[in-house]
Design a protein. Structure first.
Length: 295
């Protein structure tokens, strides 16, 4: 569906690219063992020579960034995708450093969630300093550095009627002490100016054996994002950074299917030895598709 909206490329090329993406999603390319296989990456989308992987994927996805860092249309159409949060963080830090405007760092207020039933002295064990170090999906980091012109993504639903939903991308237009002004980059309210307040958020990550609350702006810088977080996005230019392999069913398919044109896809992938590779890991458990019936 995303490819059908692109009329810049030849119809046969779009059909061929669409079938390749679908074949990756169905696990029909390459041999697989226990649902894990290798997919050869076409030469025209492969980044094969690079000394600095982050600079390589950034330069291919955001070419001539210095001249376009304040161009809303330029930023709206691009993103770098990666499987894990630590890879996303390293790319975001690099991209924010390229923006020469003055930055403002905001720090969260973190507190342990206690009740009469759960009171066990956790407030003495899990100090605010310890809580500040926690990074997990679904909540912003303790420290966020923001600059005017930097794209961000909402992590929570704020106002659905105004299009401010989880996953909405925006670009910062003005920064205040308690509120951020931004312009919407995605959805049905593109171009609308909105205000983002601080919110109290509680992570739902099951790996954290206790509940805590973080009060912070519910946003994350979105030059890059995890593959899982990118679901629902349509982008003209996608850089897929696979320093570490995908690890869940259909993750590679989700990443590839975000792009609206073959010419806008660039992939940098590594093997288990940490060397640049021409193949990407693909996880597809075909049992998922068995015994499916269509009414």
């Amino acid at each position: 569906m995303r490819l059908e909206g692109n009329h810049e490329s030849d119809l046969n090329d779009r059909i061929e690219f669409a079938y390749w993406i679908l074949a990756v999603g169905d696990g029909m390319i390459g041999n697989s063992v226990d649902g894990i296989g290798k997919v050869p990456i076409p030469d025209d989308v492969l980044i094969s020579d690079c000394e600095d992987p982050i600079s390589a994927i950034v330069n291919r996805t955001y070419p001539d960034f210095y001249s376009h860092c304040n161009d809303v249309t330029y930023l709206q159409k691009r993103a770098i995708l990666a499987p894990t949060l630590d890879m996303v963080e390293s790319i975001k830090e690099h991209m924010v450093s390229l923006n020469q405007s003055e930055g403002t760092t905001f720090f969260s207020s973190d507190t342990i969630c206690l009740s009469e039933e759960t009171f066990t002295g956790l407030e003495q064990v899990h100090t605010p300093k310890f809580l500040n170090t926690i990074k997990c999906s679904g909540i912003p980091n303790h420290a966020i550095t923001l600059k005017v012109g930097v794209p961000v993504m909402l992590l929570r639903n704020i106002d659905q009627s105004s299009g401010l939903c989880n996953g909405t991308r925006l670009i910062i237009t003005r920064i205040g002490n308690w509120v951020i002004e931004a312009k919407v980059l995605s959805g049905q309210t593109i171009g609308q100016k909105v205000f983002i307040p601080r919110m109290s958020l509680t992570p739902s990550d099951l790996r954290i054996p206790f509940k805590f609350q973080r009060r912070q702006f519910s946003i994350v810088v979105s030059f890059s994002m995890t593959i899982n977080k990118s679901q629902g996005q349509s982008l003209s230019y996608v850089g897929l950074y696979l320093k570490k392999a995908v690890f869940t069913h259909g993750q590679l398919y989700v990443a590839l299917s975000r792009v609206t044109r073959r010419q806008g896809l660039k992939i940098l992938t590594y093997d288990d030895e940490g060397e640049v590779s021409k193949e990407a890991t693909n996880v597809v458990f075909k049992e998922v598709y068995r015994n499916l019936s269509v009414d």
